[in-house]
Design a protein around this ligand. Sequence first.
Ligand code: HEC
Length: 145
Amino acid sequence: MKFVTKTLVLGLIMAGGIALAQSKAADPDVNARQTLMQGIGGSLGAIGAMVKGDVAFDAAAAEAAKATLVANAGMIAEKFTNNASDPLSKAKPEVWTSWDDFVAKGNALTAAATALDATSLDGLKAGMGALGGACKDCHTTYRAS
Ligand code: HEC
């Protein structure tokens, strides 16, 4: 790679990093719950990429993604307990006014993630619908678009 191209690519990567840093919520609680969700999103993305065939099935990666999903889903209630606000938060006030239902939707994700058979591609394919459904079920009610 030529020096100019390298510099340009590096510049773009850094600009992206700065943009990302600026779009982080200032409130630590909001930041923590969004980071938790990003972990969930990354794990579902890894599973989804295998299901779609964009990435070859990898049992260790599938198991790791499942483990992160189970662990992070289990922390949803804890990370959202504090009704913290931030201009960058998309959590609707209903999270806290319908707390028991919100927690139940978090538990539904834990259940779907726990039930996932990550030992085969067929297992991932079979479990993907329940996982995606659990995200959608909560986001539809509790996350602003
Ligand atoms: C129990 C409810 C609930 C479940 C289940 C849930 N989410 Fe979320 N998610 C939220 C809420 C509420 C927000 C908004 C948080 C905020 O901005 O303060 C959010 C935000 C996000 C974000 C944006 C994070 C950011 O950087 O701002 C991603 C990505 C995400 N969720 C992915 C997922 C995926 C993927 C699943 C399913 C595997 C899932 N979520 C399941 C409630 C949920």
